[in-house]
Ligand binder design. Structure first.
Ligand SMILES: [Zn+2]
Length: 877
C-alpha cells in the first residue's frame, strides 16, 4: 500500500497569482559535481489578487538543495520559512521585495531530463511544463511572466559556448580563470521558456533579413561530428520566418535566433525564447542518413518551434489547462506551412490518417479528455494527440467557418490585443469571433467536450422536383467523467458528383455551386439542395473538414467512382481507404470464425486502375495503395483480435500483389529517381510509390523482386531507399533479411540516429521468441536506457510487433510492464508514455484482456511517479 495517492488539480480552481516577479536575475556556476544557482527575484504583490495577505509559496523539486534565502539582504533564519512538499513557504513578506535564493543541484544525476541536466558533454535545460522548479525555487506557472537576465560562469576550455535566452550583453574572464557570460531577454516570459546551454559546440551561421529590413543572426549549434547535417534545418528556418511574415504578418523580434541539438531529450523540440533546443533526431538531416519522412519532419518541427515565437511566447497560456491555445494553433500553423511547401493533399492525408489512427483511439480510451482538460494529476501526461492534433483541427474548423481573410483578421486582433499576456482558449475564440462577426458561442463546446463525434448521413433524391436532401445526425459518445454531450457546431464540406464522375452543380441557400459548406449545429438537421439535375453521389466531409467519424451507406460502386473521379483529392484517398477497410473487415470476420479467407469486392480492379493512371500524383497513389494499418483497424474494431487483423492484412496484400505483379514490377521501374538526392515533393512522391511497389512485388513471390531488394539495399545513395529495402526484406520474410540487418548495423554503427532506426526495425520483426530477442537487444551496445530516443525506438518498435506484444502467453505485456517499472524510477515522462499500448486493454479479445489487466495491476502495486500513477489508475478505473 502506498502512503498517499497523488491528487488532481482543477481548472475551476484557477486563481491569479498572489505575487508577481518583474525581474529575474539568475547566476549559474556550472560544475560537473554540483552547480550553484543564485536567483534574485524582484517581487511584488499582485494588485489583481484578492489574497493580499497570502504567504509566498515557491515551487521546488526534491533534488533542489536550499543553501540560503534572503529577503532584501536579510538572510532568513530557518524559523522564518518552511520547506514542505517541495515548496518554500514564507509567511511574512513586504508588498515589494527582492528575494535571493541560493540552491545546489546535480545536473549529472538528473535522469528525469527536466530542469538542468547533462547530455553527453554538454549542459542543457528542459523547463516546459514544470522543469524550472528542478533548478531553483520559483513561481513556476505560465501566468507569472518576468524579464530574465542570466549569468553563466564556467570553465571556457570545456564549455566555450554558453547560451541563454535573448542577447549576449557581457563577457569577461574572472580571477579564477573561469568565464562569465551574461544574457538578457527583454521580453517578459514564464519560467517554462527559460533555457541554458553550455558545451563544446560547433556553430553554423546565417542571416535573415526581416520584412522591416532588420538583419537577424541565425545560429545552429551541434557537437562537432554533426555540424555537417544542419543545412536543411537552416534553410527550413528561413522558409518558416518568411512564411510567417507573409501569411500571418509576424516578424521575428530579437537580433539573434539560436537552435541547439541535444541527443538526450524527452520531447521533440522546445521553443525557448530565442534559444530553441531540439532533440537531434528532429534537427539533423543528410541524404545518406535521413529518410524522406524525417526530412519533412525536421522542416515541420523547425517551423513549429519558430512559429511559437508568436503563438506561445509573445502570447502565452494562462495555465496549463490552456496548453492547446499555443499547441493547437501552432500545429495548425506548421501543417499549413508544410502544405504550402509541398503538396496540400498529401499533407492533409498524412495528418488525418495519423489523427484517425492515434487521436481517435486516445479519445475512445481511458485517458480521453477535452482539448482543454478540466483536471490533471501530472501535466506532462497532457502533451497529447488530443491537445495537439485535435486542437489543430479545432483551429482549422474556425479557419473553414470564417474563411482565410476573416481568420487572418482574427489572428491579427488576437496577437495585438494579447501581446505580452498569458491568456486562455476563450480569449483566442473571442478575438476570432469579434474580428469576423461569426458567432462561435456553440463552437466553443469543442474545447470542453471529449470524444470523437459520430455523424450519420442519409439522403433522398426527388427526381421530379430535382431536389436532394441530406439528413445529418450527430452524437458524441460518453467519455470518462462526461456521460452526456451537447450537439457541436460542425462544418461539413460537401460536393455532389454525377454517375459519370463529373461535378454536379446544385443550389443551396441561394448559392449555386458544386461545393457547399454545411453547418451542422443540431442533433439532427436536414439540408436541402435544389436544381439537382440527376441523382448524385455525395462527396462528404471534403478535406476532412471536421474531426469526426462520418458514416454513409456507400456501395462499392459509389466508392470506386469517388476513388477515380472525386474533385477533392482527400476524398479520393478516403474512398480508397473505405474500400480497403470494408474488404479487410470481412476478412477479419472470416479469420475470427476460422474460415478460409477470400476476397468479396472489386478492390483489386480499383487499385489496378490507379496504377495505370499516369495523371495522378505518385504520392497519392502510394497513399491509397498503402493498406489501412493494424493500428487503424484496431481503432475501428469493437473488440480487437490482433492476430486476425494481421492475418487479414497479410492475405489482402498477397492477393493484390499476386493479381498485379506485372503492374507493380512496372511501377517499380517507372518511378526510379535519377540525379542526386533531393528532399522535394516530386522526388519524395516517386520514391514513395517505387518503394511501395517493391514491397508488393516482393510479396508476389517474384524471384526478380528478391534480387531487386538486395540490389537497392546495396546500391542506394540515400537512406530512404536503403532503409525501405531493408524494411521490406525484414517484414516480408526475405531469406537475406538477417544478412542485410547485420550489414546495415556494420555500416551505420557510428551514426546514432541510424542505429535507432535499426533498433526499431529489429524490435518490430516477427520471429520466434521475440521477447528473448528483445532482452538481447537491450544489452546490445546500440542500446542505452538513459537515452529517450533509443527507448522509444526499441520499445516503440516492440509495440508494433503484433505477434510478440500480443502473444497469448502474456509474455509481451509482462516484458513491457517490467520496462515501465524500471524506467519510472529514472524518467517518469518516458515511462508514462510507454504505458499507452497497455491502456487499450478493455477493447482486447477476452483472453488478452485479462493478461493486460493483470500487468496493469502489477504496475499499480508499485511505488509510482505521478506520471505513471495517473495513466495506470485511470486505465484501471
Ligand atoms: Zn509546440
Amino acid at each position: 500500500m502506498k502512503e498517499s495517492q497523488p491528487s488532481a488539480i482543477y481548472l475551476k480552481d484557477y486563481k491569479v497569482p498572489p505575487f508577481l516577479i518583474d525581474k529575474t536575475e539568475l547566476t549559474f556556476e556550472l560544475d560537473e559535481a554540483t552547480t550553484v544557482v543564485t536567483s534574485k527575484l524582484h517581487m511584488r504583490r499582485n494588485p489583481d489578487s484578492k489574497e493580499n495577505t497570502a504567504p509566498l509559496v515557491l515551487d521546488g523539486g526534491e533534488e533542489v538543495k536550499l543553501v540560503a534565502v534572503a529577503m532584501d539582504d536579510y538572510v532568513l533564519p530557518s524559523g522564518e520559512y518552511q520547506l514542505v512538499d517541495n515548496q518554500l513557504i514564507i509567511t511574512a513578506t513586504a508588498d515589494r521585495f527582492v528575494l535571493t535564493c541560493e540552491t545546489l543541484i546535480e545536473p549529472q544525476n538528473n535522469t528525469r531530463l527536466e530542469g538542468l541536466y547533462r547530455s553527453s558533454s554538454m549542459f542543457c535545460t528542459q523547463c516546459e511544463a514544470e522543469g524550472f522548479r528542478h533548478i531553483t525555487y520559483y513561481l513556476d506557472r505560465p501566468d507569472v511572466m518576468s524579464v530574465f537576465t542570466t549569468r553563466i560562469i564556467a570553465d571556457a576550455e570545456k564549455y566555450p559556448v554558453m547560451l541563454s535566452n535573448g542577447n549576449e550583453i557581457a563577457r569577461e574572464t574572472l580571477d579564477d580563470g573561469k568565464t562569465s557570460v551574461v544574457w538578457h531577454d527583454p521580453f517578459p516570459k514564464p519560467a517554462y521558456l527559460f533555457a541554458l546551454v553550455a558545451g563544446n559546440l560547433e556553430v553554423k551561421n546565417d542571416t535573415f533579413v526581416t520584412q522591416s529590413q532588420r538583419e537577424v543572426k541565425l545560429q545552429i549549434f551541434t557537437e562537432a561530428h554533426n555540424i555537417d547535417k544542419v543545412d536543411y534545418a537552416m534553410e527550413a528556418l528561413k522558409r518558416s520566418m518568411r512564411w510567417d511574415e507573409e501569411v500571418y504578418g509576424r516578424e521575428y523580434d530579437l537580433d539573434i535566433f539560436m537552435i541547439v541539438a541535444v541527443d538526450d531529450f524527452n520531447m521533440g523540440a522546445m521553443e525557448n525564447k530565442g534559444l530553441n533546443i531540439f532533440n537531434s533526431s528532429c534537427l539533423l538531416a543528410s541524404p545518406e542518413t535521413t529518410t524522406d519522412d524525417t526530412y519533412l519532419r525536421v522542416e515541420a518541427i523547425v517551423a513549429h518551434e519558430y512559429f511559437h515565437n508568436w503563438s506561445g511566447n509573445r502570447v502565452t497560456c494562462r495555465d496549463w489547462f490552456q496548453l492547446s491555445l499555443k499547441e493547437g494553433f501552432t500545429v495548425f500553423r506548421d501543417q499549413s506551412f508544410s502544405a504550402d511547401m509541398h503538396s496540400d493533399t498529401v499533407k492533409r492525408v498524412e495528418d488525418v490518417s495519423f489523427l484517425k489512427t492515434a487521436q481517435f483511439a486516445e479519445d475512445a480510451g481511458p485517458m480521453a479528455h477535452p482539448v482543454r482538460p478540466a483536471s490533471f494529476i501530472e501535466i506532462s501526461n497532457f502533451y497529447t494527440l488530443t491537445v495537439y492534433e485535435k486542437g489543430a483541427e479545432i483551429v482549422r474548423m474556425i479557419h473553414t467557418l470564417l474563411g482565410a481573410e476573416k481568420f487572418r483578421k482574427g489572428s491579427d486582433l488576437y496577437f495585438e490585443r494579447h501581446d505580452g499576456q498569458a491568456v486562455t482558449c476563450d480569449d483566442f475564440v473571442a478575438a476570432m469571433q469579434e474580428a469576423s462577426g461569426v458567432d462561435l458561442t456553440q463552437f466553443k463546446r469543442w474545447y470542453s467536450q471529449a470524444g470523437t463525434p459520430q455523424i450519420r448521413v442519409v439522403d433522398e433524391y426527388d427526381e421530379q422536383g430535382q431536389t436532394y436532401r441530406l439528413t445529418l445526425q450527430q452524437e458524441t459518445p460518453a467519455t470518462p467523467g462526461q456521460p452526456t454531450k451537447l450537439p457541436l457546431h460542425i462544418p461539413v464540406r460537401v460536393g455532389l458528383i454525377d454517375q459519370s464522375g463529373n461535378a454536379l452543380s446544385a443550389s443551396f441557400n441561394g448559392d449555386s455551386s458544386d461545393e457547399h459548406l454545411l453547418e451542422l449545429t443540431e442533433a439532427e438537421q436536414v439540408f436541402e439542395f435544389t436544381q439537382v439535375a440527376t441523382k448524385p453521389v455525395p462527396s462528404l466531409l471534403r478535406g476532412f473538414s471536421a474531426p469526426v467519424k462520418l458514416s454513409y451507406d456507400y456501395s462499392s460502386a459509389d466508392l470506386l467512382l469517388l476513388l477515380s473521379a472525386d474533385q477533392d483529392g482527400f476524398n479520393r484517398w478516403n474512398a480508397g481507404q473505405q474500400l480497403a477497410v470494408n474488404e479487410l473487415n470481412t476478412l477479419i470476420e472470416q479469420a475470427i470464425a476460422g474460415e478460409a479467407l477470400s476476397l468479396t469486392s472489386n478492390l483489386v480492379e480499383g487499385f489496378k486502375a490507379l496504377l495505370q493512371n499516369d495523371n495522378l500524383d505518385p504520392a497519392m497513389v502510394a497513399l491509397i495503395l498503402n493498406l489501412p494499418s493494424q493500428a487503424y483497424l484496431s481503432e475501428l474494431a469493437q473488440v480487437i483480435h490482433p492476430n486476425a487483423i494481421k492475418q487479414a492484412r497479410q492475405y489482402l496484400k498477397k492477393q493484390i500483389a499476386e493479381s498485379l505483379q506485372t503492374e507493380f514490377a512496372q511501377a517499380y521501374q517507372q518511378h526510379q529517381v535519377t540525379g542526386p538526392y533531393q528532399a522535394e515533393a516530386k522526388d519524395i512522391a516517386s520514391r514513395s510509390l517505387k518503394n511501395l511497389a517493391l514491397s508488393y512485388w516482393l510479396e508476389s513471390g517474384a524471384e526478380t523482386a528478391k534480387q531487386s531488394v538486395v540490389d537497392q539495399f546495396e546500391s542506394a545513395d540515400n537512406m530512404t531507399d536503403q532503409f525501405a529495402a531493408l524494411s521490406i526484406a525484414v517484414h516480408n520474410g526475405h531469406d537475406k533479411a538477417d544478412n542485410l540487418l547485420d550489414a546495415f548495423y556494420q555500416q551505420w554503427q557510428n551514426e546514432p540516429l541510424v542505429v535507432n532506426k535499426w533498433l526499431m526495425l529489429s524490435a518490430s520483426r516477427e520471429q520466434e521468441k521475440a521477447v528473448d530477442s528483445m532482452k538481447t537487444l537491450m544489452k546490445h551496445d546500440a542500446f542505452d536506457l538513459k537515452n529517450p530516443n533509443k527507448v522509444r525506438s526499441l520499445l516503440g518498435g516492440f509495440g508494433q510487433n503484433i505477434s510478440a506484444f500480443h502473444h497469448v502467453d502474456g509474455s509481451g505485456y509482462q516484458f513491457l510492464a517490467d520496462q515501465i517499472l524500471v524506467l519510472d524510477k529514472r524518467n517518469p515522462q518516458i515511462a508514462s508514455r510507454l504505458c499507452t499500448p497497455l491502456t487499450r486493454w478493455k477493447k482486447m479479445a477476452p483472453e488478452l484482456r485479462v493478461k493486460m489487466k493483470a500487468e496493469l495491476e502489477r504496475i499499480m502495486a508499485d511505488d509510482l511517479s505521478k506520471d505513471v500513477y495517473e495513466v495506470i489508475s485511470k486505465s484501471l478505473a
